[in-house]
Each structure stands twice: as C-alpha cells, then as structure tokens.
Design a protein around this ligand. Structure first.
Ligand code: ADP
Ligand code: ZN
Ligand code: ZN
Length: 744
C-alpha cells in the first residue's frame, strides 16, 4: 500500500505539518512528489486541494482511519507543484527538513492588502504627545486634540489609526492631518497593493547594434531555443563586454515565444542602473525583488508572476523561486558570486537549483561572468555547459593597464604609508585632470581587530570565537563590535589581560584609508562606502549615485563597489592590499582573490578615457595575483585546477561538510566523534575531522566540523541521508543538531 504526505493548500498554518493519505491503487502511477491532489479534509470531509510532498509504504496512523486521496489533478504545469518537487529535490540534495525546503521555495502567504490604504502613525513618544496635546488644548485646537487623544487611547500606541477612520469617526480634516504631518508630529503612510517597485520612462532608450561576438551568441542560443533544445550556457565575457545586452536580446526572443524568464543578479549589483535597463527595454512586463521590499510586497510580486501579469522577474537568489508557469529561461549574472549560496539550511546553490528547475520545466539556463566560478568553467571544459567567450569591451574601451606594486620593496624604501609610490603619483595626476578614482580595500578575511602589542591578546567576542572589529568616531577608536552577533563594547583603556596601554588596531580598514587620503590629498573630496556607511535604507544607492554624478573625486570602499555600476569618468583603480584575502584558510581563497581583483580592475577605464589599475601586494608572485595583473582568466584557471586536483577539492571532487552544533561543548565533541564513526563506514570517502569549525562558537553555540571528500556525489548524499536517520535515533543528543553543506 502506498501512502502520501499531503500539504493542504499553502497557508502558514498548514505548512506546519503534512497529513497522510492512502493513495488508491488506480492513482499510484500518477502519485509523484509535487502532484496536486484533491482530498477530503476535516470532519465534514470538505474537498480541498493539496500537494504530495512525500511518499512511503509506512502508515503513520491506524489505516482504518486514514482517508484516501480522491483525485490527482492533471492540469499540465502548475507552478506550485513544480516548486514543491523542487523543494523535495533541495531537501534530498542539500540536507534540510522538508519544512525548511518548502519555506525556501514558497513565499509565506499573506492577507492581500487593500488597493490603497493610508495609516496615521505617531512620530513622537507617548509623553511628548501628551505635552503637545496640552499645548493644543490651551490653544483650543479641538480637531488636533481629537487626533492626539485618539492615538493616545490606543492600547498599542505605535499601531497607528486608519486614515479614513480618522476622518470619519474623529471628524478631522485632511488639512489638519497634513499640518500635523508637516510639524513632524504624525506620519501618514500609504500602502498600495501591487506596488511597482520602479517607475521608468521607456521612451529614450537607444538599442545598440550588436558586435560580432554578441551577435554570434544571440544567434546560436536563439536558434537552439527555437529548435526546442534546452541547455546550460556559460558566457565568459570580460567586464563591460556587453553580456547584459546579450541577455536582453535572448530574453526578447524567449518571451516572444510566450515564455517567462527569471534573471538573477547578486543583491549587491541590484542597483537602479541595472534594473532600469530592463525596465526601459521591457516596460511593465518586468518586476523586481530585493531585500528592501516588505514581505507583503514580495508576496505581491510573486502573485503577479503567478497570474501571468509579468514575464520577467529580476532579483537575488530568492527570485529563483518565482512561480512562473511558463518558465523558459533562467539567467544568472555574475554566476561566481558567493551570495548565490544560501547560508541557512537548506544550504543550496542557486546555480545548481536553477539547472535542476530548468530541467524539470523545459527551460534553458544562461550563466554569465567575467570571472566564472571554477565549477562552471570546469563543467564547460567537460562539455556539460556550452561555453561562449567575449574578449572585448563593447563600447570599444580598452582594458586598463595594470601596475603591480610590491609592498615589501616599498617598505625597504622606507615608505611605510598605505600608498606606494606609483599609486601616489597616479592619484595626484588624476586629481589634476579632474578624473575620478576608486580605492578598493579587499577586506574579505580581514578583521580590523584590536590587540595588545605587549602580550598579544586579541579582543574577542564573548559569544562567538571571532575577534571584535574596531569602529572609529571622529578619528578616535571608540567601540568594538562583533560583526557576527552584534555584541558591542567600549574600547578598553588598557589590555584586559596584562594591563598594558599599548592596545590598538593593526592593519587597515576603510576608515583609516579615508583618514589617510584626507590628510595626504587635501584638495580631494572623498566618499566612503562600506557596511557602516550604507546601513540606511538607500544608503548604498545614494553614495554610488553621488559618486556617479561627479560629487566626489575619490570613492573608497570594500567589495561593495566592485560591481554593478558604470563610472565612465573613473580612470584609476587602486587596490590597496590585494593579498589580504589570500590567507584565510579556505580552499577557495585564491579563487575569491582572483575574482575580486579582476572585478575591481574592471571598474577602471570604462568610458572613453583609458584606465590604470595599481595592484599593491605583499605576494606579487602568487599565481592568483599574477593572473589578475595579466587579466588572464585562463592562466588562473589552469593553475588553480592543479591545486584542486592535488587536494581533491571541488570541482574535481566533492566535499560534504557536517557541522555539529550544541550549546554544550562536551555533547558537541562526543556526538562529533560518533558521527565520524558513522561516516567512516563509507570507504570510498576520505573523512577529515572532527575539528572546531573556523567559527568555533557562535551565539553561544559550539560548532564542530567534519568533512568527507569523495569523487562520487551520490555516496556523499547517501552518507547525509544515513546521518539524518542516525540522528533521529540519538535520544540523548536532543540538544544537538547537524547541518550539512555540499561543496561549500
Ligand atoms: P557587461 O554586462 O558584460 O558588463 P554591459 O552589457 O553592461 O556589459 O555593457 C557595457 C556597456 O557597453 C554598457 O554601457 C552597454 O550599453 C554598452 N554596450 C553593450 N553592447 C554594446 C554594443 N554592441 N555597442 C555599443 N555599446 C554596447
Ligand atoms: Zn596585554
Ligand atoms: Zn559575537
């Protein structure tokens, strides 16, 4: 007998648990995971729709009381059922609960809001409001007193009052409300359903004539698509080679055939500039997702997709789950970006999930990057993806000239500043010519930590095993912050261990660079962009816009500045310490370093004037730095592949990470030992560990890591399944959890 776990409709509550039903014999062949079914539900046996999320031969309850599935709905492609079977695939391949997987693929259902609703919120605290009200009362402003009284009478003061209620029930005029809003006492917020996140006029668009390389790609993919061939393509094109233009032309052809398209962009590159290009080309048939949309707004965008109101969805990783019913193409721009990998279980990789979703629904996938991931390039070499290469910038701009500065030699020349001779010379030159400069600080793997020069004590977060980061106020060290959990403390006066007063930061942060630049180049106006200056709602965009409009000479920043934007007047990019990310004890560190350097260099000389890049480093002869200086991806790829082969790392082999988590250290250690014993049963795999994870404690939870390397992915997946089953039986380790990641 076959039993199906069915999720009833898709609302928050029923996501909590599946219900088991019997699959009648005549329906067994149609009962697949993701299938839509009609079931009798509840006491009245109301007929409801649901989805099969699991199949088994094990009854969970008394069979006599278990109901039967009434019908399997065969209505062609249903977005939700596809997404549910995708969730199942994600659970199987990456290890997570079905619930977490479903949450990743389906947005939480919300009450649909009214078309337009306005709400009046207080802007002051309760006590201040009371004072204002007394003033008004003294002046006999009766309507205004009614407004304030109504707000103060509410149990939840912050909740606000509906605008129309305000007008009708409390009989106040729009002008009274507006007056109070202007005084900053209240705030009137509008919420509109199906808000279009961006409004752009599409009239003034100039569509370029494709160059030969672009045309070749568009023709080839276009023809194959027309012929019904579905594949994964990789477009390796240097920065500014016109990849986005290529995507748009192909998208045009795909939607002309009645299909829908998902375009993934890393959140960081999701700027107004990028999105507006799509809006200009495709108008109202486009929608955007990004992290600044509210849950309700996100849900609305998904509803528009489901109803077929739009054809193109642009967004970060989560947009991959847009419920299109006629999905024809998935584009992943900057496919090498780490943000495509989920950090929370299920730890899926959007690229792999995209390829799988495409294969389920008969869609093609286009991956694009100036610095492809090792995985994708390797697959292209193996013939699994079809490779296209674009070698020139589309605007005819030449690639910048790269200068390498060996910081050890600068030191020998007694130059102890963070600027080498070449960079100083070129900065002065550009300031004179009134051209713009980007200074890039590679902060990945760099902590900006505070330590004691006498005893070497490093200031660490008491809840996590990471060092605290120093923050400056008015050029002085003020507080220490844990970037992991948010813990904050004042900078101590003396070393907490030995009492020495020689404590401070060693190494450079963006703030220090800013300070230095302001002292050294006093005539320059400077903007800084990093996690601290971009916390506001549109802070990120604001800084980039103001730099693009020429409001500053120099932009200082971290990885945030290296992608997305086009600054035609930037003719110099300085990379201050290129090798900071090289020694972070991660097998991908050389790859990350190469990508960052190549992308940063790609910011220079994108306009009519040629550009220069100065790459400062302590390791000028490391292959990732040499290849970046030569702007030669192939050179990097070949060297790196050798490393991966020697050490059996992806993409040549596969690696499963098992993270053991517990609040109790002894438990974590014991369980990790037991888990290793289980893993060692698979003799095709090499097991490493357990060892404390590189983040060995986070938010007071201890973390131990075990790795298994194996050529065959299926063995690792079996291992993961066996460990999940094993954990179900470990009664005394209920406080522990396992988390899995594949090829992270
Ligand atoms: P990428 O996505 O590879 O970085 P883009 O598509 O953003 O490249 O193109 C870079 C710049 O070149 C953009 O300003 C774009 O409008 C322009 N461009 C693209 N294709 C052409 C072309 N065929 N002729 C002239 N300009 C082009
Ligand atoms: Zn000390
Ligand atoms: Zn912390």
């Amino acid at each position: 007998m076959v039993f199906a776990d069915v999720i009833v409709d898709i609302s928050v509550k029923s996501l909590d648990r599946p219900f088991q039903y019997i699959v009648p014999e005549e329906l067994v062949s149609d009962a697949v995971i993701g299938a839509m079914v009609v079931i009798p539900f509840g006491n009245g046996n109301r007929e409801l729709k649901g989805y099969i999320i699991g199949l088994s031969q094990q009854p969970k309850y008394d069979i006599a009381k278990t109901k039967k599935i009434k019908e399997i709905v065969k209505q062609g492609v249903v977005a939700e059922s596809h997404l549910l079977s995708l969730a199942y695939w994600i659970k199987e391949n990456y290890g997570s609960t079905m619930n977490d997987a479903i949450k990743a693929v389906l947005p939480v259902k919300r009450e649909i809001k009214k078309v337009v609703s306005r709400t009046v919120y207080p802007c002051l605290m309760r006590t201040e409001m009371e004072m204002v009200m007394q003033e008004y009362a003294a002046k006999h402003y009766k309507a205004k007193v009614r407004i304030l009284q109504a707000m103060l009478d509410q149990e939840d003061f912050e909740k606000g009052i509906d605008y129309s209620v305000m007008q009708k029930k409390y009989k106040v005029t729009a002008s009274a409300l507006r007056g109070m809003e202007e005084q900053g006492i209240i705030r009137i917020d509008k919420t509109r359903q199906y808000r279009d996140p961006i409004h752009i006029d599409s009239r003034d668009e100039q569509i370029p004539v494709l160059n030969e390389q672009q045309q070749h790609i568009v023709d080839t993919i276009g023809k194959e698509y027309q012929d019904g061939e579905r594949k994964t393509y990789l477009i390796h094109g240097v920065t500014g080679s016109g990849k986005t233009e290529v995507y748009m032309r192909i998208i045009q052809q795909v939607i002309a055939q009645g299909k829908q398209v998902i375009v993934l962009i890393p959140e960081i590159a999701l700027t107004f500039q990028t999105v507006s290009r799509f809006y200009r080309r495709f108008g109202k048939r486009v929608s955007v997702m990004h992290s600044r949309l509210s849950q309700g707004e996100k849900f609305d965008q998904f509803e528009r997709a489901k109803s077929g109101e739009i054809d193109i969805m642009i967004g970060p990783r989560s947009a991959l789950f847009t419920p299109f019913e006629r999905l024809g193409l998935i584009v992943i721009d900057e496919e090498h970006e780490t943000s495509y990998q989920s950090e929370m279980p299920p730890k899926y990789h959007a690229r792999e999930v995209a390829v799988h979703r495409a294969s389920m629904t008969g869609a093609s996938v286009i991956l694009g990057s100036a610095t492809p991931s090792m995985e994708s390039y390797y697959r292209a070499q193996m013939g699994r993806y079809q490779l296209f290469t674009m070698t020139h910038r589309a605007t005819g701009a030449v690639l910048p000239k790269v200068w390498v500065t060996d910081l050890r030699e600068e030191m020998a020349k007694k130059n102890r500043s963070i600027f080498g001779t070449k960079l100083t010379e070129l900065v002065e030159d550009r300031l004179k010519k009134r051209e713009q400069i980007i200074l890039f600080l590679n902060r990945r793997g760099y902590a900006g930590s505070v330590s004691c020069r006498k005893c070497g004590e490093v200031m660490k977060c008491p809840h996590c095993s990471v060092s605290l980061t120093a923050h400056m106020h008015y050029g002085r060290l003020r507080e220490l912050v844990c970037h992991y959990c948010g813990y904050e403390t004042m900078m101590p006066e003396v070393c907490p261990k030995c009492g020495s007063k020689y404590i401070g930061t060693f190494g450079i942060g963006t703030q220090k660079v800013e300070q230095f630049v302001k002292e050294r180049f006093q005539q320059a106006s400077v903007l800084r962009m990093d996690a601290d200056t971009t916390t506001g709602k549109e802070g990120h965009e604001r800084i980039l816009q103001s730099f693009a409009s020429g409001e500053a000479d120099i932009l200082i920043g971290t990885q945030m500045i290296v992608k997305g934007h086009d600054f035609p007047n930037v003719t110099l990019v300085g990379i201050l310490a290129a090798d900071l990310s090289l020694n972070v004890g991660d097998y991908r560190s050389a790859e990350r370093t190469y990508q960052l350097l190549a992308q940063a260099a790609g910011r220079a000389g994108r306009g009519k004037k040629p550009g220069d890049v100065v790459l400062q480093t302590y390791q000028p002869d490391h292959y990732s730095i040499e290849a970046a200086a030569d702007q030669d991806y192939q050179e990097f790829y070949e060297q790196e592949l050798v490393q991966r082969q020697i050490l059996h790392y992806p993409p040549v082999s596969n690696i499963l990470g098992v993270l053991v988590l517990s609040e109790r250290m002894e438990h974590a250690v014991q369980l990790a030992q037991k888990v290793v014993q289980q893993m060692k049963k698979y003799d095709q795999a090499v097991i490493l560990g357990p060892a404390p994870a590189s983040l060995s404690k986070a938010k007071d939870i201890y973390r131990y890591m075990i790795y298994a390397k194996c050529q065959d992915y299926r063995v690792l997946r079996q291992m993961k399944n066996a460990l999940e089953h094993y954990m179900d039986l470990q009664e005394e380790y209920r406080d522990c959890r396992l988390q899995f990641d594949f090829n992270l």
